[in-house]
Design a protein around this ligand. Structure first.
Ligand code: ZN
Length: 187
């Protein structure tokens, strides 16, 4: 069985109930709770990849305005998915969870230094941070699973086109949260 890690992207207050909220995110919270619980109880690492911006970050100034400002309540993971003691938190300042962060070296250090083979991508947004993190995972040789009911975006179109792109361009395997949990339980 592949050495897996669950990568939870930007499930932060600002993206769920705050400045960049969208109603479509609410529907993935329950499935993600089930997924991270299953991962934790089977020793599959759970890594939170979280925006932690400065107001001067290019992405903030140029495109989105203030969101997930480092240290603010909006930058915290939503209470329903609060990280637990053995989880990992990796802050980022652009869309990709890999860009100038310790994520790659963390993934390579897990499983007693054998490293993670497959990243399971969940969170928001399908066509932005999930997509750019998938790109960087692909460049580095990680297999990618995307939870089709564990990612969301601002609109249905953004979401569906995002999923298609992930599948076509990064060979991401699409699975439901329940299918992923079945795999995790076989670990
Ligand atoms: Zn951001």
């Amino acid at each position: 069985m592949a050495r897996m890690a669950v990568l939870v992207l930007d499930m932060l207050n600002d993206f769920v109930t705050g400045k960049l909220k969208t109603d479509r995110v609410a529907r993935i919270i329950k499935p993600l709770q089930k997924l991270v619980e299953a991962a934790r109880s089977h020793g599959v690492p759970v890594i939170y990849s979280n925006d932690a911006h400065l107001s001067t970050d290019f992405e903030v100034v140029e495109r989105w305005g203030d969101h997930a400002i480092k240290g603010s309540p909006g930058s915290q993971v939503i209470p329903e998915l609060a990280p637990e003691e053995n989880d990992f938190l990796v802050e980022k300042r652009v869309y990709s969870g890999f860009y100038e962060t310790r994520l790659d070296s963390l993934l390579r250090s897990l499983y007693n230094g054998m490293g993670v083979e497959t990243v399971i991508l969940v969170g928001v947004h399908t066509h932005i941070c999930v997509r750019h993190t998938a790109a960087d995972a692909f460049y580095r040789g990680y297999k990618i699973i995307v939870a089709s009911d564990g990612v969301q975006a601002f609109t249905r179109k953004d979401h569906e086109e995002g999923l298609k792109y992930l599948k076509d361009i990064y060979s991401a395997e699409m699975k439901t949260v329940n299918e992923i949990i079945e795999e995790i339980e076989q670990v």
